[in-house]
Design a protein around this ligand. Structure first.
Ligand code: 13P
Length: 253
């Protein structure tokens, strides 16, 4: 059985006060949820504070995720943060290949694969994001796009690497638009991803968690999480509102 995972991607949001409040509220509101794993991804700047608060609160949830990393251990890389540094702060997960990084920061499939491997080498579990644009969906190439993004990582790291990783299907047209993929649309792509992995290794395919991301709300979470191949969510906007996020976490429990 794959344990459901809900990750809040806070993107570039939050003040110290908001981070404090959100961590406290999420910790309190998710206490007693035993069947779901929960993580939040604050900015690099706020990770230390979040780690400190989590320790003080001593709650099981949330774990911490980072939104990015640089694929070197240390060195003259001004402005960057490495996997070992994140692990040292108690960070568990790191998002790699988010569409905003692919689009705004021109990260290629190859660069994403390198980050994926560096994350694992540094002791983190990568959350690999894949997803097609609206144009690609309209052209009927959604499956081809997500599989080629996945294959770039498999080619570099090997299919076995997916044993210590999470995949997130985030259709770009659903991110921040309020347009959630229907549960059937999402399930369709999740199944394609899992079946593709199964061609190389059925055990790994059966075990890897595939999250859905793209305008997940409390009102849409249950139906999405009920789908056979949807193992939780990567939540953007709704993760900034404690009540909404807690409700999404409860849907996965
Ligand atoms: P929204 O939930 O705001 O659409 O963002 C999804 C996302 O990009 C999570 O990584």
């Amino acid at each position: 059985m794959r344990q459901k995972l809900v990750v809040g991607n806070w993107k570039m949001h939050g003040s110290r006060t908001q981070v404090r409040q959100l961590i406290e509220d999420v910790a309190a509101g998710t206490a007693g949820l035993n069947d779901v794993e929960i993580a939040v991804a604050p900015t690099f700047l706020h990770l230390g504070l979040a780690a400190q608060l989590s320790q003080q609160v001593g709650a099981e949830h949330p774990k911490l995720a980072a939104q990015n990393l640089y694929p070197q251990e240390q060195g003259a890389f001004t402005g960057e943060v490495s996997a070992p540094m994140l692990a040292d702060y108690g960070v568990t997960y790191v998002i790699v290949g988010h569409s905003e990084r692919r689009e705004i920061f021109a990260e290629t499939d190859q660069a994403v694969a390198v980050k994926f491997q560096a994350a694992q080498e540094g002791g983190l579990l990568p959350i690999l994001c894949v997803g097609e644009s609206l144009q690609q969906r309209e052209q009927g190439s959604s499956e081809e796009v997500v599989l080629s993004q996945l294959d770039a990582v498999i080619a570099a790291a090997g299919v076995e690497a997916l044993q210590s990783a999470v995949i997130a299907y985030e259709p770009i047209w659903a991110i921040g638009t309020g347009k959630t993929a229907s549960p059937e649309q999402a399930q369709g792509i999740h199944r394609v991803l899992r079946e593709h992995i199964a061609k190389s290794n059925s055990t790994i395919a059966a075990g890897v968690r595939i999250l859905y991301g793209g305008s997940v709300k409390a009102s849409s979470a249950t139906e999405l999480f009920d789908q056979t191949d949807i193992d939780g969510g990567l939540v953007g906007g709704a993760s900034l509102k404690a009540e909404e996020f807690i409700s999404i976490c409860k849907s996965a429990d």
